[in-house]
Write a protein that binds this ligand. Sequence first.
Ligand SMILES: *Cc1c(COP(=O)(O)O)cnc(C)c1O
Length: 384
Amino acid sequence: MTSTPRRPRSAPGAAGTPEKLWPPIREELAGIEPYGAPQLDVPVQLNVNENPYQPSAETVADIATSVGAAARTLNRYPDREFVDLRDGLAAYLRADVPKAQISAEQVWAANGSNEVMLQLLQAFGGPGRTAISFAPTYSMYPEYARDTNTEWVVGHRESDFAIDLEKARALVEETRPHVVLLPSPNNPTGTALPPEEVTALCEAVGDGGIVVVDEAYGEFRRTGVPSALELLERHRNLVVTRTMSKAFAGAGLRLGYLAAHPAICDAIRVVRLPYHLSAVTQAAASAALRHAPELLGYVASLREERDSLVEWLRAEGLEVADSDANFVLFGRYADRHAVWQGLLDRGVLIRETGPEGWLRVSVGTPGEMDAFKQALTDVNGARA
Ligand SMILES: *Cc1c(COP(=O)(O)O)cnc(C)c1O
């Protein structure tokens, strides 16, 4: 038996042979940078919309005890149906939105709401199917579509970042989407979606698709802004996703979830990996839920801090998008990168994202907000 010696596939091919890429990744993924904000160790981190408040010593101790108990069973696979956790999440949603009366069979969870949404695309998207959203919006959405071979079509928001319902309906008619991704409040603009629009889009999409309202920042909505959870009973094609990463102060937990018709949860069970939620995650998340009042205790002050940040930025003469979230989009700058860098040089990390000329800052503690305002004043002064 003979064998030809192998040569590295990235080496130039013989004359006439096209160069091959190595590793042999899917062509559409070649050369793509992985998604992710810079993780820099600076004093004031206002770039990924985390809750700045750490859990109390009491909550930490309770989580540690629960994780310790789970550790004693680590030779066994975890509860594949994470029943305790689903009960806890449903109880939490009933407390947050009493009108919705969510039950545990309507709840599904995964390692972050990003994984929940990827699972939704795996089950409801795929080759020959279409997903849509409205830009500017969350930059992960097109990635779920790409990774699941779902066709991605993006409509556009108006200059105030609201969705024009007539245009949205027209896009639904034209594309007949299988998945519609609608963040409310939207990232990076902070714009909430009126419930009439959710209803209109659920009706336009009909039984041919699902409408996913991503409420990652739902708990920060302003008074009088309802949650799409209230509409679940009316629309069986509606899915509302939530996360413990933001208001719940649990970004490190990696726990996201959804509420929907039980048949939608059953559809996800087909594509989920077996035992996708570790015993440690389940124990930590269930323990954190028992301390929901404490962990969510800063939401009210973060909302106040946000509203005063919006006012302050406007008083500085900047354009600022109305926000129902724990971040604020402001601008516009001819050279936003220079402003971002100027802030970083002063120890304040924000996010260079959104439409050209805009920057996004997360709401932090009062001390962090003072540091941000001081640094921005310096940067604007230095650039004036
Ligand atoms: C932060 C964020 C999420 C949450 O992601 P996790 O995976 O739950 O941490 C979801 N959607 C949007 C729009 C976000 O900004």
